[in-house]
Design a binder for this molecule. Structure first.
Ligand SMILES: Nc1nc2c(c(=O)[nH]1)N[C@H]1C(S)=C(S)[C@@H](COP(=O)(O)OP(=O)(O)OC[C@H]3O[C@@H](n4cnc5c(=O)[nH]c(N)nc54)[C@H](O)[C@@H]3O)O[C@H]1N2
Ligand SMILES: Nc1nc2c(c(=O)[nH]1)N[C@H]1C(S)=C(S)[C@@H](COP(=O)(O)OP(=O)(O)OC[C@H]3O[C@@H](n4cnc5c(=O)[nH]c(N)nc54)[C@H](O)[C@@H]3O)O[C@H]1N2
Ligand code: SF4
Ligand SMILES: [Mo]
Length: 739
């Protein structure tokens, strides 16, 4: 019997520690998944400081998802109308290197782009930067973090001088107020929610919980104050709170004086947000507003937690700024239980940011636009000075626009499934047909995006490749390879390295192991806020997960670290900055023709586009199909019946879903899950309805709100692809996917 191994859960950004047990255990039959593959099982790793043995249903069932429905070899077709044919890796690399060379000669590096993912390991992310920004000379590397955390990245950078969540999970045990805004923690960061719940039960008076969400989610159920604000009114609420704190003299004058700048402009900006105006705009009572403002003034430690309800907004960066303002105003940052804490979505979106995985970043929280930063990276990478372009590359949405204009000759999608997760799906589908070479690297065969690819590359996934991941509290866990890569699949970093060598950069891309790649990245982070130069695969596997900063020579510890305890921030003046934007509200507010706001989010059991969680029976039976949540008043108004079918129409299209009538949602809003793409039996392409209007600073699209109208429908409308014979035929080529 092989021993058990420990790793980080490959799902959400809580980054729980998992202990994996091999399929064969003494005296027991070999455990197998639904397709008969031998199956590792997972349980909580008690020694992991972030989760202390806790897991949720996704982590606990990850073993069931790893082997079935996998892509086992590279496949190619020259036209999207043709069937795929198997090709060798060697031919796939020839094709890629050839196309990159010819595109560089004809159109230049700007015509090549990659769209990657917070589900890469840090090593994958890092080598993708070196390949694109260094070897190819194109900053067109962006990731699905653009749809997820980029408003938090921009918000931290503007207010505190650098990206990087300042808090740690221990703060959940020390805060006197938990201010949860735009986060359904109970379903999306379940292990953190359980930690908060446990504390609340033990010490109901010592902890006050505020939840700001248009829906009465599972999270809101434990709130002392649930502010069910109208969608898109968060910044008004935050300004209203700031104004009350100012009037009540609940601010921390010493902190403002010692550690901040921009106070005058900020206090002027919030002046007009009177309690009456805010209550009216947000759809709450003045009393509720005043009660919550008092909490910010009178309690020793306020911790705010936020996620997509804040970030996915056309003013996402401004809302993050408005939230950090409250922390600066009250001095609630840098001590136990206090601070602004973004809950990262994906398991390694944090590592991606550290490795420079957005179009304007370079490794070590460096910026493409900074000449010194470029030179530091060029030197470390061994490329000529000037190899890295000085302009930020195309962000995710801009990559799609470039395809529309025929300006991209190669779009490489890796570890993300944009044909479910990006807004304006129909527009994306059309854009893809306008790109001569679409490459998709994925672990599974039958993803929605694979149906729009020319070249499919099988990816070895978590459990089959070694690497590091950073969770929301800046803790890095070593994730070992404990299973054989499926079929011919290869780790993403290996693919990027091989291509780098084939493009003539033999020396820059010679690595024998992921540990070598990590060592190079770690060295490059020295002296930066996210310094991990003291870390290595070896240290992490020997001493367990560690938080950054971890400069060279640091001692391993399980004690939690916080940033900015000395109240010196990462700005040039070392002062944190107040922001002073005025609220804009929704990009597409409800109107006569489209009177409801559709919001799109997540279910507890499912992970994103279900390539993994649809394989778990227990999860499938928890969430048998996507449901449209409608308030009873709206159901009456639009003649909708419980369990009937609704047609939901936005300016971009129509889809159908079964109806749940519930007062958990605010009247005037409806909710759909994001999970069901067109390959699923109960397809419900919510993002076909969503608009792509984005925050001008973070470029993060407003995936949380679009105006719709609903009506009863007679029957289900299936997406076009689901019924297409051509695409059905393609599926036969893939290894059998259970469904
Ligand atoms: N089970 C599960 N967990 C996950 C994931 C998953 O797919 N499944 N994905 C992971 C990822 S990548 C991410 S980014 C996180 C996302 O985690 P969350 O952000 O917590 O999840 P969402 O359901 O997208 O949205 C959160 C809440 O925002 C609310 N909301 C909508 N509009 C507004 C608004 O205008 N203001 C406010 N204040 N709230 C609003 C919604 O009602 C919803 O309850 O989850 C991570 N964890
Ligand atoms: N309307 C609306 N839209 C949303 C959201 C929302 O709240 N509302 N949320 C947005 C957010 S926050 C996010 S993060 C995105 C998530 O959206 P996606 O990133 O599209 O979702 P996933 O299903 O996680 O896609 C990951 C893909 O990578 C594959 N994969 C897994 N491991 C590996 C690997 O090691 N290598 C490779 N190459 N592939 C691998 C998986 O099989 C899967 O196909 O959706 C966004 N879209
Ligand atoms: S809470 Fe997140 S990291 Fe923890 S087990 Fe669940 S999905 Fe995995
Ligand atoms: Mo996310």
């Amino acid at each position: 019997m092989a021993d058990s191994v420990t790793s980080q859960c490959p799902y959400c950004g809580v980054g729980c520690g998992l202990e994996l047990l091999p399929p064969a255990q003494p005296g027991r039959p070999v455990r197998r998944d639904g397709e008969g593959h031998p199956m590792w099982s997972a349980r909580g790793d008690r020694a992991h400081p972030s989760s202390q043995g806790q897991v949720c249903i996704k982590g606990a069932t990850v073993g069931e998802t790893l082997a079935g429905g996998r892509l086992s070899q590279p496949l190619y077709r020259s036209s999207m109308e043709d069937p795929f044919e198997p090709i060798t890796w060697d031919n796939a690399f020839d094709l890629l290197a050839g196309r990159i060379r010819s595109t560089l000669a004809s159109k230049g590096p700007g015509a090549i782009a990659m769209y990657g993912s917070g589900q890469f390991h840090t090593e994958d992310y890092y080598l993708a930067q070196k390949l694109f920004k260094g070897a190819i000379g194109s900053n067109n590397f962006d990731a699905n973090s653009r749809l997820c955390m980029s408003s938090a990245v921009a918000g931290y950078t503007r207010s505190l001088g650098s990206d990087g969540p300042p808090c740690c999970y221990e703060d959940l045990d020390h805060c006197s107020v938990a201010f949860l805004i735009g986060t359904n923690t109970a379903e999306c960061h379940p292990v953190l929610f359980q930690r908060l719940l446990k504390r609340k039960k033990k010490d109901p008076k010592g902890l006050t919980i505020v939840v700001v969400d248009p829906r009465a989610t599972e999270t809101a159920k434990i709130a002392d104050h649930h502010l069910a604000i109208a969608p898109g009114t968060d910044l008004m609420l935050l300004h209203g709170l700031a104004r009350l704190i100012l009037k009540d003299a609940g601010f921390n004058a010493d902190f403002i004086d010692e550690a901040t700048e921009g106070f005058a402009a900020f206090s002027q900006a919030v002046e007009s947000w009177t309690p009456r105006r805010v209550a009216e705009a947000c759809g709450i009572t003045e009393k509720q507003l005043r009660a919550v403002a008092r909490l910010w003034c009178r309690k020793p430690a306020v911790l705010s937690l936020w996620s997509m309800g804040v970030n996915q907004r056309r003013e996402g960066t401004a809302v993050v700024g408005g939230l950090i303002n409250l922390h600066l105003l009250t001095g609630q940052i840098g001590h136990a239980g206090a601070g602004p804490f973004s809950l990262t979505g994906q398991p390694n979106a944090m590592g991606g940011r550290e490795a420079g995985g957005l179009a304007h970043l370079l490794p070590g929280y460096r910026l493409v636009g900074n000449a010194d930063h470029r030179a530091e990276v060029e030197r470390a990478w061994g490329f000529q000075l000037g190899s890295i372009a000085a302009q930020p590359g195309l962000a995710a949405g801009e990559q799609v626009e470039a395809m529309e204009r025929g300006e991209l000759d190669l779009w490489w999608v890796a570890a993300t499934n944009p044909l479910v997760s990006m807004p304006e799906l129909d527009r994306l589908k059309a854009a893809l047909r306008n790109c001569p070479l679409v490459v998709v690297s994925d672990a599974y065969a039958d993803t929605e995006t694979s149906h729009y690819a020319h070249l499919l590359l099988p990816a070895a996934q978590w459990s089959e490749k070694a690497g590091a991941m950073t969770n929301s509290e800046r803790r890095i866990t070593y994730c070992p390879a404990f299973r054989q890569p499926h079929g011919e699949s290869r780790a993403d970093w290996q693919v990027f390295a091989e291509l780098g060598r084939r493009l003539g950069f033999e020396q820059q891309f010679s690595y024998d192991s992921a540990a070598e790649v990590y060592a190079e990245f770690a060295a490059l982070s020295a002296g930066r806020l996210c310094d991990v130069s003291g870390l290595s695969h070896e240290l992490l596997s020997e001493h367990g997960p560690q938080q950054w900063p971890f400069p060279s020579g640091s001692e391993p510890t399980t004690e939690s670290k916080r940033l900015y305890s000395d109240h010196r921030f990462a700005t040039p003046s070392r002062r944190a900055r107040f922001m002073a934007e005025q609220p804009l509200g929704l990009a597409e507010p409800p109107c006569e023709a489209y009177p409801l706001v559709l919001t799109v989010g997540r279910y507890l059991g499912h992970w994103h586009t279900m390539t993994r969680t649809a394989k778990v029976e227990r999860i499938q039976s928890m969430h048998a199909e996507p449901r449209l949540e409608v308030h009873p008043d709206d159901a009456k108004r639009f003649s909708l019946e419980a369990d009937g079918i609704a047609a939901i129409t936005s300016r971009r299209g129509t889809l159908t879903a079964r109806i749940t009538i519930t007062d958990r949602i605010r009247s005037g809003s409806v909710f759909l899950p994001m999970h069901w793409g067109f390959t699923q039996e109960h397809a419900c392409e919510a993002n076909a309805l969503m608009h792509g209007e984005a925050c001008p600073i973070s470029k993060q699209p407003e995936l949380k709100a679009t105006a719709v109208v609903v009506a009863p429908a007679v029957s289900v409308i299936r997406p076009q692809e689901q019924t297409s014979h051509r695409l059905q035929a393609l599926r036969r080529l893939f290894s059998p996917a259970p469904r």
